[in-house]
Design a protein around this ligand. Structure first.
Ligand SMILES: [Mn+2]
Length: 242
């Protein structure tokens, strides 16, 4: 079997917010690359592009799309003005996410969203987000861990109907680096995993080629050899096989 080509959505970063756009850096955390390679996929990094049709053509070159983590989405994308704790957003990244999700969906290619990537999928298909979990009284689990990224910090309960259930069972140990979360899941999507405080930790589509999102960072655990999270990547790469 040939190795599926996986498009990795990149971010446009700069350590200095005053840097001109031309000096910014297109980047993908190495752990995504390692996790895709480890599962037998061929990672291909997709940069932002001004024209929609350029992004559509890039997506045509891949067998599946991995929407990586990143900054907060612009809140207006789900119809809200920003709250005080809205983090910096990236218009280039918002554009890249939405056009590539649309293209992969239309081209019937599997999509895997991680952290911001899951939130982008949910918002693209019409769902909403909590802008800041710290404002939610019911949110009693610490979702922004201070510990090492490869360490798990909270647990999630997985529904029996989820694609994650055969891989992880009814409960999984996950890391957590988010202050936003899915509020209303988009139509056509089901919540697959929740934290003990009810915060949504995964969503998946009800039918069609796989669209899966997880709120934690399996790539940071898989790249350090975590067997459970390696299974998640193996499952995604298998889904992208021709
Ligand atoms: Mn969490």
């Amino acid at each position: 079997m040939s190795h599926p080509v996986i498009g990795l959505i990149s971010s446009l970063n700069s350590s200095d917010p005053n840097l001109q756009t031309i000096k910014k850096v297109v980047s993908v955390n190495h752990s995504y690359v390692l996790s895709v390679l480890g599962a037998g996929g061929l990672p291909l990094i997709l940069p932002p592009a001004e024209q929609d049709r350029t992004i559509v053509e890039m997506v045509r070159k891949v067998d599946g799309l991995l929407i990586t983590g990143g900054t907060d989405l612009r809140s207006q994308l789900y119809g809200e003005e920003p709250c005080w704790n809205q983090g910096p957003f990236s218009p280039e990244r918002d554009h890249l996410d939405f056009v590539s999700i649309r293209a992969a969906y239309e081209q019937k290619k599997p999509i895997f969203g991680i952290c911001r990537g899951m939130q982008a999928i949910n918002v693209y298909f019409g769902g909403t987000l909590y802008q800041d979990l710290l404002q939610e009284k019911s949110c009693t689990v610490k979702h922004a861990q201070d510990s090492e990224a490869s360490c798990w910090s909270h647990t999630v309960n997985i529904s029996q109907n989820s694609v994650l259930y055969p891989l992880l069972g009814k409960s999984a140990k996950v890391n957590s680096f988010h202050h936003q979360a899915v509020k209303k899941a988009a139509d056509g999507f089901t919540v697959g995993a929740v934290a003990k405080d009810g915060v949504v930790e995964s969503i998946e589509n009800d039918r069609g080629p796989l669209i899966l999102g997880v709120q934690w960072h399996p790539e940071l655990m898989a790249a350090c050899g975590d067997p459970a999270m390696k299974k998640v990547f193996n499952f995604f790469i298998r889904s992208c096989g021709k």
